[in-house]
Design a protein around this ligand. Sequence first.
Ligand code: PMP
Length: 438
Amino acid sequence: MSDPRGAKPIKLDPWLDHYAARASGLSASEVRALFAVASRPEVVSLAGGMPFVRALPEDLIRTALDRVMTLEGPTALQYGSGQGVPRLREQILEVMALEGISASMDNVVVTTGSQQALDLVTKLFIDPGDIILAEAPSYVGAIGVFRSYQAHMVHVLTDENGLVPDALRETIVRLKAEKRTIKFLYTIPNFQNPAGVTLSAERRPEILAICKEHNILILEDNPYGLLSFDEPVPPALRSLDEDGVIYLGSFSKTLAPGFRVGWALAPHAIREKLVLAAEAAILCPSSFSQLVISEYLTQADWRGQINEFRGVYRERRDAMLEALDEHLPELSWNIPNGGFYIWVDLPEQLDSKAMLPRAVTELVAYTPGTAFFADGGGRHNLRLSFCYPTPENIRIGIRRLATVIQGETDLLDTFAGTGVLALPTANESVTAPPPDMS
Ligand code: PMP
């Protein structure tokens, strides 16, 4: 087939009818191209979830690299255990202890970021059509994994204190009455991505009790828990129940995502299967990355470094909140006490996805709310990330966003009632933004 303007021939995929059914869940979204534009330096991107790694002490990382090569060179360059380097697994216990978890290193499985742990757990538990419960909204990267295993994701009402227990109970009862199979509840209890909310201490035992009563496993994904701005977060769900929870942790936000090191802490029986699944997928996680992180944790004041990150992100959160107050006082948003994200409610007539091209033209980017729902929700929300841009750029970005929102509102007012700007009813979400946007 050729382009009607006589340009290059358009290549169709000759293998289209060969793909497995599960591959149909893997589709690039049309906003991907916009995100590519959004990475240009002149655009203030409030879209990405990229940690501010420049705040890391580069010299300490370099020292760790040197020591690994001096002390363990060949081992660092070799395949290693499928479950992960034992010394690092012990140190991971110290990290988790900060959130009240006590565990055995035998049940820790090191993975290539917690993203791989999400994939492995889903692979182990999900048959096509099985149900996964999750917050409304939920992490776009998890939605992509769940979709690729043909899970059916059902969102559960979430408010400023996290998952609403009554809503969880009602959803489970309704789905069971429909004879649906619910495999697990996926939850990000601390400084949730994208909504920024934290599950309150009071609700935690209740959520556990509901899942226990209905025999539903919990997948607790906690990359942001140590990045609190004021008080520490309540104890992890896993600290209250060792048999019913698979806990996921990561060094991506507290150290650096470039190492690609995360972990799963699983009940003993599940742990065995996880290791087998991990070995089948990647043989073993990177020995080199694990040893460098282990050395860094041994030599550096990593707790102090996490405190520095908290200070950096708190300042950026404050800059964003102040700018929102100043430039967009008519909107509402949550006030996150940690993590990377602010979730904004737009007026009903504004569609965050439709508005994105205009925003990029005005040199500001955000992630439309639709990315975080499996069911087409989120059109009147957007996620703003304050982790990467400087406070100054955050202020510029919010000022530009206010111009975009004002322009869009004026346009809608001008054409109100004419039907010219009627919103399409597409029930489709942002399927696969690039990794740095997730
Ligand atoms: N879970 C959540 C909630 C996240 O926000 C992210 C990264 N954005 C991940 C998992 C994956 O992180 P990583 O693979 O880098 O550990």
